[in-house]
Design a protein around this ligand. Structure first.
Ligand code: CAA
Ligand code: NAD
Length: 283
């Protein structure tokens, strides 16, 4: 099976980035969200990213126009009917993903692969909501998608070697380095990363030091490009809380219990850069 057309579900920070790298790789791309305002918001970010590349001389104006021309906006899941691959990048919530996967399973052609960009949810459990579990896989891009080199590929219990191989090739075509992992809560990336971010949030909760100090220590002392508090605001505090809860439930180990401060920020709607306020203020 050759992938020609890809549908990306969700036009938020991850879905928009995935649509961009998909179109850059030459795939016909459908960018879906629940309403046209959200789709247009996602497309505007892609346009801005491409314009920046043009002004830096990394892309020609013609390249930019061709990439944008390959992205079709959509608010109809039925547009999956002629797609070879669907990549879901909606909110990190199993019940919502379940609804979307069972609908996509009925719409997408029998040969189509259904991938999830989930940060932590079990691929096997998502696959079980469809009648094609062998064609369901985790395709975990990193934020910001156009920049980060990794795609962590997660194989569910039923995922076939053939499906894995196709997703590996598509990831390479999108300019990424694929690295596989078994289907465990949080996979490899977030099992390591979110424990660090959560620990920084516990330090903040205990008043050990302000966020700036925690970030400076990790940036200047460990050469991390961003401190854990800055990174938490980039990822989204709602997403981090969901990931920690999935790992806390999945392993039953108290090392994953979310900092009370994280819960409080999410309750306040302080979700990070995307809402203008998180640990830091961006307004
Ligand atoms: N979209 C597109 N391009 C972007 C971008 C974005 N949101 N942010 C930065 N860039 C580009 C810039 O245009 C610039 O491009 P050029 O090389 O062409 O000039 C390049 O990235 C570097 O950007 P800056 O010079 O502005 O800033 P920087 O050097 O500080 O890098 C960064 C920014 C790449 C985000 C860097 O700080 C970084 O690597 N941070 C860590 C990111 C990280 O850890 N991501 C993983 C998060 S965890 C995850 O994704 C998994 C999960 O499930 C939660
Ligand atoms: P986001 O909040 O920026 O975007 C989510 C988008 O999904 C929104 O545009 C929303 O309208 C849309 N959406 C919500 N419900 C929907 C539905 N039923 N159908 C279609 N669209 C729907 O979130 P994000 O940061 O882009 O995260 C999306 C997914 O990617 C999550 O599973 C998250 O865990 C994962 N992820 C996030 C990061 C990160 O750094 N933020 C990194 C890797 C993976």
């Amino acid at each position: 099976m050759t992938i020609k057309k890809i549908m990306v579900i969700g036009a938020g920070q991850m879905g928009g980035g995935i649509a961009q790298v998909s179109a850059q790789a030459g795939y016909d791309t459908v960018q879906y969200d629940i309403n046209m305002d959200l789709v247009n918001k996602g497309l505007a970010v892609i346009e801005k990213n491409l314009s920046r590349d043009v002004s830096k001389g990394k892309k020609s104006k013609e390249d930019k126009a061709a990439i944008l021309g390959r992205i079709k906006p959509s608010v109809k899941l039925e547009d999956a009917a002629d797609c070879d691959l669907v990549v879901e990048a909606i909110v990190e919530n199993f019940d919502i993903k379940k609804q979307v996967f069972s609908q996509l399973d009925q719409i997408a052609p029998a040969h189509a692969i259904l991938a999830s960009n989930t940060s932590s949810l079990p691929i096997t459990q998502i696959a079980a909501t469809t009648k094609r579990p062998e064609k369901v896989i985790g395709m975990h891009f990193m934020n910001p998608v156009p920049v980060m080199k990794l795609v962590e590929i997660i194989r569910g219990l039923a995922t076939t070697d053939e499906v894995y191989k196709i997703i590996e090739e598509a990831s390479i075509k999108m300019g990424k380095t694929p690295v596989w992992c078994k289907d465990v809560p949080g996979f490899i990336s977030n099992r390591v990363l979110q424990v660090m971010i959560n620990e920084a949030l516990w330090e903040l909760y205990e008043g050990v030091a302000p966020a700036e100090n925690i970030d400076n220590i990790m940036k200047l002392g460990m050469n991390h490009p961003m401190g854990p508090c800055e990174l938490a605001d980039l990822i989204g505090l709602d997403t981090i809380l969901s990931i920690l809860n999935v790992m806390y439930d999945g392993y039953g180990d108290p090392k994953y219990r979310p900092s009370p401060l994280l819960k409080q920020y999410v309750q306040a709607g302080w979700l990070g850069r995307k809402t203008g306020k998180g640990i830091y203020d961006y307004r």
